[in-house]
Write a protein that binds this ligand. Structure first.
Ligand code: PDD
Length: 275
């Protein structure tokens, strides 16, 4: 069996040696936040942005975290691994209760867990389904409470889809594990950041790279019917990169994978992400 390199509470070991208490609040309450930090050719992509977002997530749920320790552990996982490309998963949990209690004590020892795994970042054409966004009201926090995403995405999987595009009262939010972009009438659109959307690092890398090349992305509230008029659409994430949507199973649409503006965006993105 391939040994997965991991770190738990500062101790590096292979994953099968790590023991987690069932009273860990990650286990009982999903009282934890996480990051997925991609690396390519041994270089962490947008590392500082991921650490900053982790800091925002822990602040939002009142966990005090030593960011320097996290940074060192992630670098150590990377330098001790043979993988050229992949990602580090890093989770921060409030700690362990002696009994399961909704109200936490302020005296808890924060629990941290990270592991490293390979990823090819191969661009995959996606089959997606539109569904209602039934998640909680703070999707801007990168919490491990992902039950609604899990249910939506497995419903989509049962219909041979790779992802979902969610909407709240008709307004597009994001995908189950990525952010959404689409092209309509020669303009590029993406849902604006609100409490209902994770501020994706890949999303911001793309927006910035396009702007540097004189291409503007329009951020706002868009109805899911706008996707019917789109000529191209794609999802972004740390593990997917920029992945084109080939088919949306439950609306009529006319998506074209060879759209020239999409192709230019993809080229600009790849040259920024994969260096
Ligand atoms: N998911 N929206 C959601 C709900 C996500 O879970 C993710 C990432 C994104 C994109 O964020 P970023 O570009 O920073 O990866 C948007 C990660 C990859 C995951 O949970 O595995």
């Amino acid at each position: 069996m391939r040994q997965i390199k991991a770190v738990f509470n500062g101790n590096f070991d292979s994953i099968e040696n790590i023991k987690v208490s069932p009273f860990s609040r990650a286990y009982t309450f999903s009282d934890s936040v996480y990051e997925v930090l991609p690396f390519f050719n041994k270089r962490l992509i947008a590392f500082e942005s991921h650490i900053e977002r982790l800091k925002r997530s822990v602040d939002a749920i009142n966990i005090i975290l030593d960011s320097k320790k996290v940074t060192d552990e992630i670098n150590q996982l990377l330098s001790s691994s043979d993988f050229d490309s992949g990602y580090v998963y890093y989770q921060v949990t409030r700690g362990q209760d002696l009994i399961r209690s909704h109200m936490y004590s302020d005296q808890m020892d924060v629990e941290t867990f990270g592991y490293i795994t390979p990823c090819s970042f191969e661009t995959k054409k996606l089959n997606v389904m539109i569904c209602e966004d039934t998640r909680w009201g703070r999707c801007d926090i990168k919490s491990t409470s992902l039950l609604a995403n899990v249910l939506h995405m497995n419903n989509a999987k049962s219909l041979s889809c790779d992802e979902v595009i969610m909407h709240k009262d008709g307004i597009l939010t994001e995908a189950g594990a990525s952010n959404l972009f689409f092209i309509s009438n020669g303009n590029i659109f993406t849902p604006a950041l609100t409490n209902n959307i994770l501020p994706g690092i890949t999303r911001s890398i793309l927006i910035e790279a396009l702007l540097e090349n004189g291409i503007k992305v329009l951020e706002g509230d868009f109805n899911y019917y706008e996707l019917q008029k789109a000529t191209s659409a794609w999802l972004t994430s740390s593990t997917k990169g920029m992945a084109p949507i080939e088919n949306i199973i439950n609306i009529e649409h006319s998506l074209n994978l060879d759209d020239s503006l999409y192709m230019s965006c993809k080229k600009i993105f790849d040259s920024k992400f994969f260096i």
